[in-house]
Write a protein that binds this ligand. Sequence first.
Ligand SMILES: [Zn+2]
Ligand SMILES: [Zn+2]
Length: 352
Amino acid sequence: MKKMNAAVLTEYRKVEWKSVDIPSVSGNEVLIRIGYACICGSDQHVFLGEFHPRTTLPLIQGHEFAGTIVETGPEVKRYKRGDRVAVDPIIWCGHCPACKRHHYPACTTLKLVGIDLDGGFSEYMKVPETMLYRVTDNIPDEHAAMVEVLSIGFHACKRAGVKSGDSVVIWGAGKVGQSILQALKTKTQNTVIMVDILDERLAIAKKTYPDVNIINAASTNAVDNIKELTSGEGVDIAFEAVGHATDLPGVLNPVRGCIQAIRGGGTVCVLGLSSEPSPVVMKELIWKEGMIMTSRVSHGEFAETIENLNRGTLKPDALVTDILHPSKTQQAFEMLEEEPRKHLKILLKFKE
Ligand SMILES: [Zn+2]
Ligand SMILES: [Zn+2]
């Protein structure tokens, strides 16, 4: 058995860079040499043990990655050695009530590579060709690895029904919020507002898109500010991408902030994966006949994301604060936990 190195989560909070077998391919599987992989917010939850019992150890994490095909199984039809590909990490069952209605992100037993089974924090990985998207030559490897996280933004925009001319607030300027912002800027020319409590994260949004309005919810009343920026009306759509109810005194929790920020008949789309309740006053939503809905992963937006990367309409580098060797995966998780002001998206560089 040939060997490779992989970042293996051997205990919660402990990643080891160690030698493991290179998987052998069969059927419709291909073997990919990973170029880059990214660390996602869910990876941080997995690292801490918060997705247990969904995750079992030892586990090779990683669901955001791309690479080059080095070997193909006998039944592979659409790809050949040397093709550059991004991997859609979602595995749905195909027969639950959601899948029967083609609502795959809501599959009852939805699985992700890198969470429910081994993922891409390794030099090589095997995947069935049905999970692959071809990456065009003018998209660099580090951007190819970011197709998954950027597709989350396009899916959220589709779920919320963003139309050109919509005014939008994104509450939360982390990895998910910034991905929504990038997708959004390909869709609307109207007012876009970003809310967070970390100036450093708001600064990333402002530097990437100077016309974006930024609000620090810790130092100012975010809802009043949003009303001012929209002629007193409120926004058409509010995305919640925070994932926890902040306990700052006098600051609204993000979901309730979003409800108060929309116009009559507006939409709130929640993405933040909070394990805690986010208290809301339903009357505030009902009086607006507002809609509250959610967005989870992506479904088919890989194609739209790759198209936009190809056209140069996205700015993926804006999210990247660090590029590390994968033997430093343990440190990467610690950096994200200890210094959220300094680090946003960390890329692991596998290729030499
Ligand atoms: Zn992710
Ligand atoms: Zn299903």
